[in-house]
Design a protein around this ligand. Structure first.
Ligand code: KMH
Ligand code: ZN
Length: 281
């Protein structure tokens, strides 16, 4: 199967690990809420979901049984590609982040270096990156290379040289822009990052955190990139107006994509695009 050249991969990141449920009561933080969110976002045009899991108290967790429960909740309600975050929260230890792959995702995030993250540090030492990458290759999990900074674009070159191509043979990147401590969420920064992506890169998307969301969407589309949107990354739909739901953000991405004559990929097309094996039974 070949995928349409004007297709648009939309990934939804519905929850994240850094927003408190008390501050945003409609953040999806239970398996039931994530199943509903997944269904609504699939109907709106998303093909992949980037998951951070919460516990019974709505706190971020890497508990394996909960990870499995959330993966099952999404698979039970949609055909979305399931991407588990291995970034976790800024407080999660590296050993637990490696164990995320035991929950059997299709895809996992893989950040290419340590980044200041607001007042915290998102830790990704090089040996951890190498261990996680080799684990994805052993397990047949497709990594999404998350790049928060230009130095991480360069680190990806080093990783591919040392260990070869990912499981599935494709190289999919997400530029995460506008984190306080990472690269700016601007067109200029996006162009610089895309220019330096390794030639092995077969697809890339971008997401702009907070107020950079719209400029990054427009810059990505104008450079032929794909999109990640969701309440992990932005909580206002316009200045001072709270996001109502993740589906609302997906709908907006679809509408802006349509202006650029891009049509959302189905999950099966997206599987083909990024090298995920066909949906399990
Ligand atoms: N929560 C951030 C510290 C990922 O999902 O891999 C890391 C993050 C990246 O969200
Ligand atoms: Zn994340």
């Amino acid at each position: 199967m070949s995928v349409p050249a004007n297709g648009l991969l939309i990934t939804v990141a519905p929850t994240g690990a850094e927003t408190a449920k008390a501050d945003v009561p409609h953040l999806p933080t239970t398996p039931e809420a994530i199943a509903e969110t997944a269904k609504a976002c699939r109907a709106a045009g998303a093909a992949m979901i980037h998951l951070h899991v919460r516990d019974g108290e709505h706190r971020p967790t890497l508990d394996l049984s909960l990870l499995r429960e959330w993966v099952a909740a999404v698979r039970g309600s949609t055909d979305l590609i399931v991407q588990l975050s291995t970034g976790g929260s800024v407080h999660d230890p590296l050993d637990l982040r490696l164990k995320v792959l035991d929950a059997g995702p299709d895809v996992c995030s893989l950040t290419m270096g340590t980044t200041n993250f607001g007042d915290d540090v998102f830790s990704n030492p090089w040996p951890f990156v190498c261990d996680l990458y080799q684990l994805t290759q052993e397990r047949g999990v497709v990594p999404e290379f998350e790049l928060f900074d230009l130095g991480q674009v360069h680190a990806m070159r080093r990783l591919l040289d040392r260990y070869g191509l990912p499981a599935g043979g494709k190289v999919h990147v997400d530029l995460v822009m506008g984190v306080p401590g990472g690269m700016n969420g601007t067109t200029d920064a996006l162009v610089a990052a895309v220019r330096d992506l390794p030639p092995e890169t077969t697809s890339w998307s971008a997401t702009g955190i907070g107020r950079s969301t719209l400029s990054v969407i427009l810059a990505s589309l104008s450079k032929g990139g794909h999109l990640r949107v969701g309440m992990e990354d932005v909580l206002t739909i316009s200045k001072g107006v709270p996001v109502e739901s993740n589906a609302q953000l997906v709908e907006r991405a679809v509408a802006i994509g349509a202006l650029a004559q891009r049509t959302p990929y189905t999950p099966d097309e997206a599987r083909e695009l990024i090298g995920v094996r066909p949906e399990r039974d």
